[in-house]
Each structure stands twice: as structure tokens, then as C-alpha cells.
Design a protein around this ligand. Sequence first.
Ligand code: UDP
Length: 323
Amino acid sequence: MNVFVTGGAGYIGSVAVKTLLDAGHEVTVFDNLEWGHRAALDSRAEFVLGDLRNRQEIVDAVGRAQPEAVMHFAAYALVGESMQDPLRYFRNNVTGGIYLAEAMKEASCRRIIFSSTCATFGQPDRLPITEDTPQRPANPYGESKLMYERILLWLQEREGFEPVFLRYFNASGAVERLGEDHTPETHLIPCVLKVALGQTEKVQVFGDDFDTPDGTCVRDYIHIEDLIQAHVLALESGETGAFNLGNGDGASVLEVIEACRKVTGHPIPAEVVDRRPGDPARLVAGADKARRVLGWKPRFPDIGTIVEHAWAWHQAHPDGYPD
Ligand code: UDP
């Protein structure tokens, strides 16, 4: 298929591009390189430097590519930042998404695989979080993603769009030359590995008084290779609708740090500090639907393997990507 990938130079999008190309698909990447990296681009893909908030840029790019499907990764994705500047999030994630949908409509492309998030659920009443769990976002980031899900549902109803929402839990790990490099880095695993690399002295644990077995937050870490496998299955299946993507059993912050100590052999000092605003105690996916309907089978559910792959990438790229 001819696939148009927004955010294809980013952490998750770049793995999608590689996987699609390896599977024989044709790919156009659209990225503004604000969070993406030129070095993460795949030379086999067509690259368009452009910004979703510029309607003409996205309309022209989709018009030229004439894709059969879009994978939409480009978005702002930091909860804390979205609390500080909600409009920035709505403008990029919602307005930019509308321009993308308009561009698709003009190019008669209707199929879209959309990167959604467990943040659309907020703090759920029950675990695991399934597709039927009520969506009550607790921050503008989650709200912006839910708004776009709803826009796409209306476009499905009124315009013949074929949307798939893949709601990610905690994307992590690395695939060969593609890994996680954000500036600033806020995600747990890379922050812990930076201590092992000697770039920071200790890792901060944001609260140890949560209602969890060891008092630290539990998250469902999912390897990006598995995450992207679900995208390809969704693309090729012709299914529409929402799928939650996680492994179903979480790891606590302390368990992740311990896994990093084992893999790196570094003592990784940790210090407990205040909670980070907006952090729910436990977020764990119920991903039975993806397994049942898409035939999805995660290959790397173990947190130790996820950390091993992330560590291999960080050792090979101690300063991240060159650009
Ligand atoms: N966390 C932490 N120290 C850090 C970074 C993250 O204790 O330096 C915690 C954070 O509070 C959350 C978990 O690790 O409970 C995962 O955070 P991350 O930002 O990686 O993902 P999120 O679940 O917020 O999307």
C-alpha cells in the first residue's frame, strides 16, 4: 500500500516507517522535525518537511502522495506541558488533525490509523482498561486525543472515513538504530538509563505513597516493535474502531529501576520526591480485543527485554541522534 505517515521522524513513527518499508509498502513521511530527527528518517521513504498547522502544507503533501492510508503519529504528547499550555495542544493535535482530515478528503483517502492514548481514559474506576472503559481525560493532552477520535467517528459516519484508534499505554524499548531521544527527556526508562550512562547522578521517583504494592506508580510498558506490529495488522485487516495496546500487567517505577540496574549493572541511585501532578496510580491495558480481532501477539512483553533493547540503543547513541 501507499501509506502517508505523519510524525514519521519521531520515536514511534520512525519505527512504523521502517516496518512498513520492510513489509514492502510505499511510504511518504510528513514531519516538521520539531521532535523528530533527520537521522531517524529512512532513505527509502519520500520525506516532506512540513507542519500540520499549516493547512496548505499538509493539503499539498497528501495531494502529491495520493496515499491509500494515513498513519497519524504527529502530535504533542507531554501531559505536564499540556496542563501549562492547553491551546498549544488543541491547536496542534486537533486543528492540525482537522487539516489532515481535509487533506485526506481532498485526495479521496479515507483510511486512517490514529495514535491515540490511554490518557483519553483519565483515572479509570476499574482495571484493566478495556475499549469500553468510560473516557474521561484528566488533562488537555488526553482531551485533545479524545476530541480527534470523536471527529474521526463523525467523519466515519458522514464522510466514509475508516478510522482505527490505537490507544497506547507506555511506549518503550528500541528497534535497531531507532530509539527514544526527546529534549527534554521526561519518560521514565530513558531518564533511568541516563543515570547508568553517567549523564545524571540519580533518578527521581515521583511519589511512593500511591495505592500500589510498593507505593510507586504502575504503568503498562509496551515495546515499540509490538506497538507498530499492531498498526500494520490494523492497516492490513481493514478493521475500524478502537484498540487498547498494552501487555496487561504493569511494572512499578521501582520495578523499572530495578530492571535497569540488572540490565546495566549500574547501581542507579534513586531519590523519592513529590508526586508529579496528574499521575494516576495504575494504568494497565486490557488488550484482548487487539489479540482477538487483529491477531496481535506482543513478542517482547517482559520489562527486562524492553529495557535491554532501550539500553543497547542508548549505549550506541549516548548523546541521542546527531540532529
Ligand atoms: N516517573 C518517575 N521519574 C521520572 C520519570 C517518570 O518517577 O524521572 C514516573 C511517572 O511519575 C510515572 C511513570 O514513571 O508514574 C511513567 O512516566 P512516563 O513519563 O514515562 O510515562 P506516563 O505514564 O506519564 O505517560
